[in-house]
Design a binder for this molecule. Structure first.
Ligand code: URA
Length: 282
């Protein structure tokens, strides 16, 4: 960029705007072309008497597009489901899956969680189903959103090294997240988003059928193990976890992203991994 362009007020405004977006967590492009969201509103006919209008039922699972819908994007994109309806739809969908492949397909079609609108793709699982150990994190980050695979970024690489230290790798474990879509800007999933995704991860655990569940970090621990205690109190402890088919053992440990920020805590995490190794050998 020559100095004339660099000092041009328009260039400065554009740079300031990009910095503002980055600070707000908008660090990825969602598409090649800009989308005018206000244009969609013009397609919705105004309500004659909005107070008297009962909202139409909404489909949380994407229906096959009809010919009409295929030619009319405004008809095809369903309005967001109310949270309770979305949780019910998630429960029904998750229950109906008999295999992990079916569960993945149902999640791909599920429209009850708005995170799918901003995520690049579903991030379903990594590793090997039916392994003895299953790790569950919170939600995908930027690298996972791009690749579609959980724990591939810096925290995933640390997780790989921690596993290698106790002779585990992705051929011997199964890995997923409580929330399978990246929250914009890596923000924490809301309680509502977590509640909507919970039936799916519970069913995923049941179908993957591990002997040991390892919850990575506080959100995963509190959501799956139903505790309100903080991770400093829960880490290293063994819990019972009912998969729906049987009772297995579950452990909480620090999230690798936290360990990257607080390397002194790696000592505690190492203890947890040694306990995991011992339990696997017993
Ligand atoms: N953090 C998570 O909780 N999950 C991932 O997949 C990546 C980072």
């Amino acid at each position: 960029m020559n100095s004339e362009t660099k000092n041009n007020p328009e260039t400065k405004n554009a740079r300031d705007l990009i910095a503002f977006y980055l600070d707000a967590g908008a660090d990825a492009l969602l598409g090649e072309e800009p989308v005018d969201r206000f244009a969609d509103e013009a397609l919705v006919p105004p309500r004659a008497n909005s107070a008297a209008v009962v909202p139409p039922p909404v489909a949380a699972v994407r229906q096959k597009p009809t010919e009409n819908a295929a030619t009319s994007p405004a008809l095809f994109s369903a309005p967001p489901a109310a949270p309770e309806a979305a949780i019910m739809a998630a429960r029904d969908a998750a229950k109906s899956a008999n295999t992990l492949e079916e569960l993945r397909a149902l999640l791909e079609a599920f429209e009850g969680c708005m995170l799918r609108a901003t995520a690049t793709q579903l991030v379903f699982a990594a590793g090997t189903p039916k392994s003895r150990v299953m790790f569950v994190g919170e939600a995908p980050g930027r690298d996972e959103d791009i690749s579609g695979v959980p724990f591939v970024g810096r925290s995933g690489q640390l997780l790989d090294r921690m596993m290698a230290a106790i002779e585990l790798d992705r051929t011997k474990v199964y890995i997923a997240n409580v929330v399978p879509w990246r929250p914009p800007g890596n923000r924490t999933p809301t309680p509502q988003e977590t509640a909507i995704c919970l039936p799916f991860i519970r069913r995923q655990i049941e179908l993957a059928d591990p002997d040991i569940l390892v919850c990575l970090g506080q959100p995963s621990t509190q959501t799956l193990l139903g505790t309100r205690e903080g991770i400093t109190r829960t880490r290293g402890r063994w819990f019972k976890f009912d998969t729906g088919s049987r009772e297995i053992r579950a452990m909480a440990t620090y999230h690798p992203a936290f360990l990257l920020r607080s390397p002194l805590q790696k000592r505690q995490a190492w203890r947890d991994f040694l306990a995991l190794k011992k339990t696997l050998a017993s």
